[in-house]
Design a protein around this ligand. Sequence first.
Ligand code: ADP
Ligand code: MG
Length: 206
Amino acid sequence: MPVDASLAEAWIREYASAVSAAKDELTRLDQAIGDGDHGANLSRGMTAAVGRLAGDTPADVLKLVGRTLISTVGGASGPLYGTAFREVAKALGDAGQAEDGAFAAALRAGLDGIVRLGKAEEGDKTMIDAWVPALAALDAALGSGSSLGDAAAEAAKAAAAGAEATTPMQARKGRASYLGPRSVGHQDPGATSTAMLFAALAKVAA
Ligand code: ADP
Ligand code: MG
């Protein structure tokens, strides 16, 4: 299924509503190893993004989402997610719709943007630990001929497993790293919200 502006909008709406429904859970996770603002931060940013949804191409839509997250969400996650959406948009260019492979490649450009900005590696207990397995699963499924909806469902599963796998990790980046060994035993909030991002994509692309 090619990704056009209306599918991009649907994805953002779905993600915003998932984040807002999970606001308390994300807050609780961030209270354990951070400052407790992740649910409120992201929910505020995504609500603002939904309020400004517009554009003729998927890139137009996602560029605006990125800009909105950067300007309305404080903390680490706003600039990180915001950069990801802006890089996705940049990679999509001005096409009216993106084929599945081009969309997967654009998502990878988004991950690269997060890594460039945040300098985290796999195993540092961050959102990267959900993004990396999600995109690997997405590429693998598309490579074996799955539809975007099925591939996104695989990506969502892998992202959720990646988020769960952050629990025994000790944080080496972001606010949670200040806790040192006390960050062990809690699931990373940003990896958890990333799993929701891929679940939202799976839902709208199904
Ligand atoms: P803050 O930590 O500033 O309060 P949030 O609570 O909104 O910001 O977001 C915290 C999440 O951001 C973490 O759970 C982690 O997934 C992600 N994060 C923090 N630092 C980095 C980084 N350097 N690279 C990637 N992700 C990061
Ligand atoms: Mg926080």
